[in-house]
Design a protein. Structure first.
Length: 208
């Protein structure tokens, strides 16, 4: 049963290109004169590279030592440097209150039990400045999902563990639309849609 460190050790970067909506999201950040961005679950660094090249002060947090090792090497090869931290998202983030202008988290926060996801969302709210933005993506369930055909075992309501496939053994929580509005209740949701990667995408502003 692999974990993310095993996956990055075997596959390397895993992703080489930024999420297809990231150019648009970066423009929104620039329009709002945001600078300090957190990539929550930064993996091997594709968005660290993207945002640092534009000129943002971007920070990366991930639980995989191998992913952060790859990120550091990639950043160095591009002549960039970021503040990277080895940390689990279900534990209190190592940042002060209201530290970031925005948070991005691509296909990360759903990899947990719901109680841990709720804690992660509270921490996102804590470290985000008033009127700060979050851009989060997570998978769809059922027909059309990229997980369609995986042998999923339900371990709690809405949370499944694939028994086969590249993410075998890793928890996946599938949010219903109603649940999204409940769990992100401390944010004003401005966009909720299916992105080009066939995942849900959420853009939301922290309520004052």
């Amino acid at each position: 049963m692999p974990d993310w460190n095993d996956i990055f050790t075997e596959a390397g970067k895993v992703f080489n290109k930024p999420h297809p909506d990231m150019e648009r999201i970066a423009k929104i950040f620039l329009q709002k004169e945001f600078n300090k961005i957190l990539d929550l679950g930064c993996g091997s660094g594709r968005h660290l590279i993207y945002f640092s090249k534009i000129g943002f002060d971007i920070y990366g947090l991930d639980a995989s030592p191998k992913a952060l090792e790859i990120s550091r090497e990639w950043l160095k090869s591009e002549g960039k440097n970021c503040d990277l931290k080895l940390h689990r998202i279900e534990e209190k983030f190592p940042y002060e209150d209201e530290y970031f202008d925005a948070i991005i988290s691509i296909q990360v926060i759903h990899h947990n039990l719901l109680k841990d996801i709720l804690f992660t969302i509270k921490e996102m709210e804590r470290v985000l400045k008033p009127n700060g933005l979050i851009y989060v993506t997570f998978p769809l369930f059922g027909v059309g999902s990229r997980l369609e055909g995986w042998d999923l075992k339900e371990i709690e309501k809405g949370t499944y563990v694939p028994q086969t496939g590249p993410e075998e053994g890793l928890a996946h929580h599938f949010f219903t639309q109603e649940e999204i509005y409940e769990t992100f209740g401390s944010f004003k949701i401005t966009e909720l849609y299916i992105d080009k990667t066939k995942n849900r995408a959420l853009l939301a502003e922290k309520n004052i």
